[in-house]
Design a protein around this ligand. Structure first.
Ligand code: 13P
Length: 253
């Protein structure tokens, strides 16, 4: 059985003091919830402080991005080596990075390679845009993104995949549980072709896009869905705790 994973992607939200306040508010309750892996992905500048707060708890930490070179003259960038000291996970290829920062499939692939080399676990994001969805291209797009991101990678080594349809991100218009389950099942079959059935069975594939306390159960009870990558709702203590609790309860059934 795969242990579900719920990750909160805070995106470019929270100052350092707000991050500390948010984590302090959920820490005790979140720590108590079992049967679920819980990951917080605050902005870079808060990683160290949040890391201190969650030390000794069951909560894990992730970054939202990285650069693919170990060190050097790359003003403003954060290297994999800088992150290994701080966190276990790193989000790679988020659609916002592809859209606003021109991250191509090739760049995403380099980042995945660099993260794995440094011992970080990538949370690799893939997903189609609205017009691609409407044109019936979902499977084609996720296949292309997946295969390009995994080029040259012979083992998944704890990598997580997140299926995030771009039209569902931050729009309040989530996919249905059934839609997400179907595409995630399709992604899993791709993994089976690229690697083997064991890798496909073991890999956790999350759903992301307008997940809230109201719809979390609908997603988490789907057999293919291995957890959620939560944006907006992860900034609200009650919402995030509720999503994690619901996931734990489903797992207990
Ligand atoms: P929302 O939950 O705000 O739609 O964001 C989803 C997301 O992009 C998580 O990475």
């Amino acid at each position: 059985m795969r242990v579900p994973l719920i990750a909160g992607n805070w995106k470019m939200n929270t100052t350092l003091s707000e991050a500390i306040e948010l984590v302090s508010g959920i820490l005790r309750e979140l720590d108590k919830i079992d049967n679920v892996d819980k990951v917080l992905c605050p902005p870079f500048i808060s990683l160290a402080a949040v890391g201190e707060l969650i030390k000794g708890s069951s909560i894990k930490l992730g970054a939202q991005n990285l650069y693919f070179v170990e060190k050097g003259a790359y003003t403003g960038e954060i290297s994999p080596l800088m992150l290994t000291d701080l966190c276990e996970f790193v989000i790679i290829g988020h659609s916002e990075r592809r859209q606003y920062f021109n991250e191509t499939g090739e760049i995403v692939n380099k980042k995945v390679q660099a993260a794995l080399k440094a011992g970080l676990k990538p949370i690799l994001c893939i997903g189609e845009r609205l017009e691609e969805n409407e044109a019936g291209l979902t499977e084609e797009v996720v296949t292309r993104q997946l295969r390009s991101a995994l080029t040259g990678i012979d083992r998944l080594s704890g990598m997580i995949i997140a299926y995030e349809p771009v039209w569902a991100i931050g729009t309040g218009k989530a996919a249905t549980g059934e839609q997400a389950n179907q595409t995630i099942g399709f992604i899993r079959r791709n993994i089976s072709e690229l690697y083997d059935t064991e890798a496909a069975q073991n890999v956790r594939i999350l759903y992301g896009g307008s997940v809230t306390a109201e719809n979390a159960t609908e997603f988490m009870q789907q057999p293919e869905i291995g957890g959620a990558l939560v944006g907006g709702a992860s900034l609200k203590a009650d919402q995030f705790l509720s999503i994690v609790r619901q996931t734990s309860e489903i797992r207990r059934r």
